[in-house]
Design a protein around this ligand. Structure first.
Ligand code: SF4
Length: 147
C-alpha cells in the first residue's frame, strides 16, 4: 500500500515495519507499550498495528528519552499531568472519584477504573491521549496545560 493513500490515523503498519519507519528498535517499542506510553491498535489476531500518527508519537517519546533527559517513569509522570477531567469536562462529582485525577505517576488511560465518560471511549481515539501528537517538543506540550 502506498504511503500517500493511507490515512494518517489508520493502523496499517506491523511492529516490524513501524520499527523500520521510526528507526526505533522493536524491543523499545514493546517497552513503550508495556509502560502505557503508546496504545497500539489490536487486531483480532492480537497483533499490534500502528499508524503514521503512532509513529509521530513514538518519535516524541524517543526524543524525550534520548535528548530530553527523561526516563520512562518521568514520561509517565509528564503524561499524568494532562488535565483529562478539564479537557473532557467531567462533572465535579465524577472527577473527584476518578482514579486518574489523583495519580501523578501514570496517565489516565492506564487507570484501572474509568469514569462514566471514559468507559465508552476508546482511549486510542480520545483527544486526551492524542494531545501529544500536536506538539513537536515538550515545552509546547506543557504550554497547552497552562493555557
Ligand atoms: S477516554 Fe481514556 S484517554 Fe480519554 S480521558 Fe478517558 S481514560 Fe483518558
Amino acid at each position: 500500500m502506498e504511503k500517500s493513500s493511507v490515512e494518517s490515523t489508520t493502523p496499517v503498519y506491523t511492529l516490524s515495519t513501524t520499527s523500520t519507519l521510526s528507526g526505533i528498535p522493536v524491543h523499545s517499542i514493546r517497552q513503550y507499550i508495556d509502560k502505557g506510553l503508546i496504545i497500539p491498535f489490536k487486531k483480532e489476531s492480537s497483533r499490534n498495528l500502528f499508524s503514521q500518527v503512532d509513529i509521530l508519537r513514538l518519535n516524541f517519546i524517543h526524543k524525550l528519552l534520548d535528548e530530553g533527559g527523561l526516563n520512562i517513569a518521568g514520561i509517565r509522570a509528564l503524561l499524568a499531568l494532562i488535565p483529562c477531567w478539564a479537557i473532557r469536562q467531567c462533572s465535579l462529582a465524577e472527577y473527584e472519584t476518578f482514579q486518574a485525577y489523583h495519580s501523578d505517576s501514570y496517565p489516565c488511560w492506564e487507570a484501572s477504573e474509568k469514569g462514566t465518560l471514559c468507559k465508552n471511549t476508546n482511549c486510542r481515539e480520545c483527544e486526551v491521549y492524542r494531545i501529544v501528537e500536536n506538539y513537536p517538543d515538550v515545552k509546547s506540550f506543557l504550554k497547552t496545560l497552562i493555557r
